[in-house]
Design a protein around this ligand. Structure first.
Ligand code: NDP
Length: 240
């Protein structure tokens, strides 16, 4: 049986690697993105994976987008809540808008995508919800009160929902990457990046494909006994 998966923010960075990893594992995959048309077009040309544009911060847009994907690809069995943004600032300089944007995308985005899919997964007796949190949701990070709060919120969301989904065959898990070599991290000034790498015991940034392999495992039938868990992949930088 070929299952269908959707990956939010699935056209760039970690999300693109997850989309490709799931496709290689035999899933029908849809990738969602926010607005970078050029990246989405390039991604679809290179991978053959269709890309669908909407913002995960908008509940109605998520419901409509999911309906469109399901009409084209069939019922969605696997949801990967990967879309995320940063709006870093020290707290005394953080604006309410910076707070809201990050919470709306990184935390409410997970609700907005999971909620419209939940009933169908319950009815079909199968589902996999995998949310990409962060090392900085586990340990907190200076300059990221908004991001750390959202990513910690994703872990609470995961643990609560895992309990609700268990009897219906739905597993709900989180992956906490450490620092991964994507646009998000490469946008950090090189000197800061060097300092970050010095704090990673394995001595390097992670690769997006390493996070994709975690997700492909959690999505599999064989991972049915794993729910409510946090899979940490951070090169030993933070051991919770
Ligand atoms: P990138 O910035 O490389 O890519 C982000 C993706 O999310 C893009 O596809 C982007 O779409 C999409 N996106 C952003 N906002 C929205 C939105 N409102 N609706 C739909 N899609 C959206 O990010 P990364 O690959 O680095 O990060 C992926 C996830 O992993 C994020 O949740 C991030 O917080 C988390 N993470 C990353 C780490 C890292 O080191 N890189 C470490 C720990 C966690 P578009 O292309 O249209 O802009």
């Amino acid at each position: 049986m070929s299952r269908t998966a959707i990956v939010t923010g699935g056209t760039r960075g970690i999300g693109a690697a997850i989309s490709v990893g799931l496709k290689e594992a035999g899933y029908n995959v849809a990738a969602n993105y926010a607005g970078n048309e050029a990246a989405a077009q390039r991604f679809t040309e290179e991978t053959g994976i269709p890309a669908f544009r909407w913002s995960v911060a908008d509940y109605e847009a998520c419901a409509a987008g999911i309906a469109q994907v399901e009409a084209e690809l069939g019922p969605i069995d696997v949801l990967v809540n990967n879309a995320g943004i940063t709006r870093d600032a020290m707290f005394h300089k953080m604006t309410p808008e910076q707070w809201r944007e990050v919470i709306d995308t990184n935390l409410s985005g997970a609700f907005n995508m999971t909620h419209p899919l939940w009933s169908g997964m319950r009815e079909r007796g199968f589902g996999r919800i995998i949310t990409i949190s962060s090392i900085n949701g586990q340990k907190g990070q200076m300059g990221q009160a908004n991001y750390s709060a959202a990513k910690a919120g994703d872990l609470g969301f995961t643990k609560a929902l895992a309990q609700e989904g268990a009897r219906a065959g739905i597993t709900v898990n989180a992956v906490c990457p450490g620092y991964i070599a994507t646009d998000m991290v490469m946008a950090v000034p090189e000197a800061v990046r060097e300092k970050i790498i010095a704090q990673i015991p394995v001595g390097r940034l992670g690769e997006a494909a390493e996070i994709a392999r975690c997700v492909v495992f959690l999505a599999s039938e064989e991972a049915g006994f794993i729910t409510g868990s946090t899979l940490t992949a951070n090169g030993g930088q933070y051991i919770a």
